[in-house]
Design a protein around this ligand. Structure first.
Ligand code: GAL
Length: 681
C-alpha cells in the first residue's frame, strides 16, 4: 500500500487549486470483480475524472463479521486510483450497517411513529440514538482513518451518507429526554415552554415524555418542534463523532458529508460549521416547470451555508433516476446545464451518483456515468464531454458570487409554521421562499440565504417571505438593516411565534410592527376564488390588477402608507400591501399571499429603492435564461426550448467554446456560455 507523510490540515481549496474543478462520482468497486477496477480507472482517466467517493456502502465488505476487518481490497483500490492520478473522497460506510448489526442488536434499528421497528436489509437502518450503532460506526471510522489518514489518494473524507434518519423508539425517547433537560433545565420550565396546560398535558417528570409518536389527535406543536431539533442534533452528533475520530487518527484532509438541500430533518444552519466544506446531493425533477429556479435556490443555500465559499455537488444523476414513479432521462444538454448551473452558483466540484451503473440491487436502473451498455454510449460520451468542460472552467475555481440581497430562511420556523391546526395548510414556507427567489432569479440578481438573527449589514435588500419565528435578535438585525438604508420586504404570517412555537400576543407581527408601520389582529384563510386587491394612488409602480390567495391578515396602518387594499370579502377595505420609511431605508409588508404581479411590483420597488440591479442590463431576463456572475466569469444558461437573445457588456471570451463574444448574442436552447472579459485574461 502506498503511504505518505500526513499533510497539515488541508482545505478543499488546496484540492481545487491542484486539480481545478473536481469531477467524478460515487465509485462502488465492491460491486465488481477486480478485473473491472482496472478498466474503471482507465476509463475514468479518459473521461477526465479526478475525484471519486469510495466506500459509502461497503461496511459489510469491510467488516464481514463484528470486529473482523478486511481492508485488503480497499488498499488495492486506493493504490490503483492513486496510480491513475485520481483523488479519493473516502467515505465511512456508516449509512448502511450490515444485516448482522440489526440482527445482533435490534435496538440499532429505527422505530416509526406507529411503533414498528424497521427491518435490516435495505440501507439507512440505524437510529442516531443507538449507543451500539454509534460505537460500531465509530470503531470502523477509526479503523479506516488510522489506516488511510496518510494514504496519498485520500484527499477528502465523507462521513456516512445523506443524514436524514428519524426514530421514535425507546432509546430515542431516553436520549430525547436528556436533550430536553439540557434545553429546558427543569420540568416546570418545559411545561411552561410547551404550554402543556392545554389539553391537560402537564408532565410530572422528564421520564414521562415520549417522542411525538402516533397519538389519538394532534401533537403539541412545541413537542414536535423540540423533537425535530433533537433529531437534527442527534444526527449531527453521529457525524461529529466520526469526524473527530478521523481527525484524532491524524487525518488532515477536509471532512464533509452530503446534505440534501432543504431536507426537513436536518437544520443545516446548525450543521454548516461542522463540515470543512459544504457538499450537497441534487436530484431536481425536470418534469416541474419551475425546476431551474428551484434548484438555483438550493445552490444558493449551499453557497450561503459555507459563507460564500465554494461547495461540492456531491451527487446528481447524469440521466434518469430510478426512484421516481416515472423517470425521465436527461439530454446531454440538460446534464451539462445542470452541472454548469451548480458551478455558476459556487460549486467547485461536480460529481454524480454513480460512476458505473449497478447490475444488481435496488438502483440497477439508476443512470450512471458509465452505463450497463458500456463506453460506446451517448451517456458515456456526455460524461467525457462534461469532463472536458470542467477542465475549461479552471479559471473559475475559487470565484465568489457577490449577493446584495438576503433572503431569510430557517428550519425551526418552517417546522413550527407547518404544524397542523393553523389558519391554512396551504401556506408552505418553502413554496413562498421559492416564489420570491424565482422573481430575483428571473432578474439575474444573486441572493444569499441568511439565518434569522445574522448580521445583515452586507445586504441592500432583505426579503422575509415567511419566517414564522422571529426572536429579538432577528428583529434587531432587520431594524438595523432598514435604518442603515436597506429595503426590507416582509411576507404574511411572519413573526408569529417565539422559539417554542408559542404565539406572540399583541398586534402582529409583534416584534416587527414598529418597523413595518402596520399591525394585524386576525389571520384568515382566503376563499378558493382569488380576492381582488384595489391599488391606492400612492403606489407609483402599482400593477394594473392583483389578487390575494391562501392567507390574508386584518391589518391597520400605524404609520405606513397603504399601497393596496382587499377589494372584497372578509377583509374588504383592510390594507393588503404597505410601505414604511424608517431611517435611511424602507420596509414593505404584505398582508396576504399576493399574486405574482403584485409580488414582483413590490420586489421591484424594493430593489430600485436600494439600487440593486441584475448582472445584465435586461430588467427581466428572457424566459428560461439564467445569468450569474461568479468572480470574473459571467455564466449564461438557456434552460428553455427557444433561442434567446442577450446583450452582454464589453468584449468577452467564452471559456467553454473559446469563441470571442461581443454585444448582442444568441443563446441556443440548452446552450451555455461562461464569459470572461478579454482584457482580464
Ligand atoms: C442518493 C444516495 C445515493 C443514491 C442516489 C440515487 O440519495 O445518496 O446513494 O441512492 O440517491 O439517486
Amino acid at each position: 500500500m502506498a503511504t505518505a507523510t500526513p499533510r497539515p490540515l488541508g482545505a478543499f481549496s488546496d484540492l481545487t487549486s491542484e486539480l481545478g474543478i473536481c469531477f467524478g462520482g460515487d465509485y462502488n468497486p465492491e460491486q465488481w470483480p477486480r478485473e473491472v477496477w482496472q478498466e474503471d480507472a482507465e476509463l475514468m482517466v479518459g473521461a477526465g475524472v479526478n475525484l471519486v467517493t469510495v466506500g459509502v456502502f461497503s461496511w459489510a465488505r469491510l467488516e464481514p463479521s463484528p470486529g473482523d476487518y478486511d481492508f485488503a481490497w480497499l488498499d488495492e483500490v486506493l493504490d490503483l486510483l492513486h496510480a491513475h492520478g485520481i483523488a479519493v473522497d473516502l467515505a465511512t460506510p456508516t449509512a448502511s450497517p450490515p444485516p448482522w448489526l440489526g440482527i445482533l442488536h435490534p435496538e440499532t434499528l429505527p422505530v416509526n411513529p406507529d411503533g414498528v421497528r424497521l427491518a435490516a436489509g435495505s440501507r439507512n437502518q440505524f437510529t442516531p440514538a443507538s449507543q451500539v450503532y454509534r460505537e460500531r460506526a465509530l470503531a470502523i471510522a477509526t479503523a479506516m482513518a488510522k489506516r488511510y489518514a496518510a494514504h496519498p489518494a485520500v484527499r477528502m473524507w465523507h462521513v456516512g451518507n445523506e443524514f436524514g434518519q428519524i426514530d421514535f423508539g425507546d432509546e430515542a425517547a431516553r436520549d430525547f429526554r436528556l436533550w430536553l433537560r439540557e434545553r429546558h433545565g427543569t420540568i416546570d420550565a418545559l411545561n411552561d415552554a410547551w404550554g402543556t396546560v392545554v389539553w391537560a398535558q402537564r408532565y410530572r417528570d422528564f421520564d414521562e415524555i415520549v417522542p411525538p409518536r402516533r397519538m389519538p389527535y394532534l401533537v403539541n406543536p412545541a413537542q414536535s418542534l423540540d423533537f425535530r431539533r433533537y433529531t437534527s442534533w442527534a444526527l449531527q452528533r453521529v457525524f461529529a463523532e466520526q469526524r473527530d475520530a478521523i481527525r484524532a487518527a491524524g487525518a488532515a484532509q477536509p471532512v464533509t458529508t452530503n446534505f440534501m438541500g432543504f431536507e426537513p430533518l436536518t437544520d443545516l444552519w446548525e450543521w454548516a460549521d461542522e463540515v470543512d466544506v459544504v457538499a450537497d446531493d441534487q436530484y431536481p425533477d425536470h418534469a416541474s416547470p419551475t425546476v431551474s429556479s428551484d434548484i438555483a435556490l438550493v445552490q444558493d443555500l449551499m453557497r450561503s451555508l459555507g459563507d460564500g465559499r465554494p461547495w461540492v455537488l456531491m451527487e446528481q444523476a447524469i440521466s434518469a433516476t430510478s426512484w421516481r414513479p416515472h423517470n425521465l432521462p436527461k439530454s446531454a444538454e440538460r446534464a451539462r446545464l445542470d452541472s454548469l448551473q451548480a458551478v455558476a452558483r459556487g460549486a467547485d466540484a461536480i460529481c454524480f451518483f454513480q460512476w458505473r451503473q449497478a447490475r444488481t440491487g435496488a438502483e440497477r436502473f439508476h443512470s450512471a456515468m458509465l452505463p450497463h451498455a458500456g463506453a460506446d454510449t451517448e451517456v458515456f460520451r456526455t460524461t467525457c464531454a462534461l469532463g472536458a468542460d470542467m477542465r475549461r472552467l479552471r479559471p473559475v475555481v475559487g470565484g465568489r458570487v457577490a449577493a446584495s440581497v438576503a433572503l431569510l430562511f430557517d428550519w425551526p420556523s418552517r417546522w413550527a409554521a407547518e404544524e397542523p391546526g393553523r389558519p391554512t395548510e396551504r401556506l408552505r414556507t418553502l413554496e413562498q421562499v421559492a416564489r420570491w427567489h424565482r422573481a430575483l432569479w428571473r432578474r439575474g440578481i444573486a441572493v444569499d440565504l441568511v439565518r434569522p438573527g445574522a448580521d445583515l449589514s452586507a445586504y441592500r435588500t432583505v426579503l422575509v417571505p415567511h419566517t414564522y419565528i422571529v426572536e429579538t435578535d432577528a428583529a434587531a438585525a432587520l431594524r438595523a438593516a432598514v435604518e442603515g438604508g436597506a429595503s426590507l420586504v416582509v411576507g404574511p404570517f411572519s413573526g408569529v411565534a417565539d422559539g417554542n412555537a408559542g404565539i406572540l400576543t399583541g398586534r402582529s407581527p409583534v416584534l416587527l410592527r414598529d418597523l413595518v408601520g402596520v399591525s394585524g389582529e386576525e389571520w384568515v384563510g382566503l376563499p378558493d376564488a382569488p380576492t381582488p386587491l384595489a391599488m391606492e394612488s400612492a403606489w407609483e409602480a402599482a400593477p394594473d390588477t392583483a389578487e390575494a390567495t391562501v392567507l390574508g391578515e386584518r391589518l391597520r396602518a400605524d404609520g405606513a402608507e397603504v399601497l393596496a387594499r382587499f377589494a372584497s370579502g372578509h377583509l374588504a377595505g383592510a390594507p393588503a400591501i404597505t410601505r414604511h420609511r424608517v431611517g435611511e431605508g424602507t420596509a414593505w409588508y404584505l398582508g396576504a399571499v399576493v399574486s405574482d404581479d403584485a409580488l414582483t411590483a413590490v420586489l421591484d420597488d424594493a430593489l430600485d429603492a436600494s439600487e440593486v440591479t441584475g448582472v445584465l442590463p435586461d430588467r427581466v431576463l428572457p424566459d428560461g435564461v439564467e445569468a450569474v456572475q461568479r468572480g470574473a466569469a459571467l455564466f449564461l444558461l438557456n434552460h428553455g426550448d427557444e433561442p434567446r437573445h442577450l446583450t452582454v457588456p464589453g468584449a468577452r471570451r467564452d471559456l467553454l467554446s473559446d469563441a470571442d463574444v461581443e454585444g448582442r448574442l444568441e443563446l441556443a436552447p440548452g446552450a451555455a456560455m461562461v464569459l470572461i472579459e478579454r482584457h482580464a485574461e
